[in-house]
Design a protein around this ligand. Structure first.
Ligand code: OFO
Length: 165
């Protein structure tokens, strides 16, 4: 049985993951509008992954006999000044999510809820990967600078991301 405090924090994490999906979908729409199909596709996949993150927590709460409570999802940002700014925002967002996951792990520890702590291990590892992949794109966009050719090359590369990664 889940303790109330842990259940509440896990529900908040579902909301954060759904917001992540919403934010990345908004970023995808921004790139679609700029005809950067590869960037848009990458963000689409990112949004799909966030829905999976939310679903994992949803299922876990139910498995532990808890109650999922969905709440309102904040309106995401819709405009950015540059492609780089989109990915910088994405990186800052992932760092915020990492901090939330870390707080959840600490709470599970304090509450001696070792099943939740073990469940969260997947998210701890996932955040390392998320920060790394977004950080790499930020670095590349900085290198590309104002080069249109470089940007199109990146767009082609990012289009390679498929449904499963
Ligand atoms: Fe982007 O990892 Fe979930 O939120």
């Amino acid at each position: 049985m889940l303790k109330e405090k842990v259940e509440k924090a896990l529900n908040e994490q579902i909301n954060a993951e759904l917001y992540s999906a919403y934010l990345y979908q908004s970023m995808a729409a921004y790139f679609e509008n700029k005809s950067l199909a590869g960037f848009a596709q990458w963000m689409d996949r990112q949004a799909d992954e966030e829905m999976i993150h939310a679903r994992k927590i949803y299922d876990f709460i139910n498995e532990r006999g808890g109650r999922v409570i969905l709440s309102g999802i904040e309106k995401p940002k819709n405009e950015w000044d540059s492609n780089l700014e989109v990915f910088e925002d994405s990186l800052a967002h992932e760092e915020k999510i990492t901090a939330m996951i870390n707080k959840l792990v600490s709470l599970a520890d304090e509450e001696k809820d070792y099943a939740t702590k073990s469940f969260l291990k997947w998210f701890v590892d996932e955040q390392v990967e998320e920060e790394d992949s977004v950080g790499e794109i930020v670095d590349k966009l900085k290198l590309v600078g104002d080069s249109t050719q470089g940007l199109f090359m990146m767009d082609d590369k990012l289009a390679e991301r498929n449904k499963t990664n």
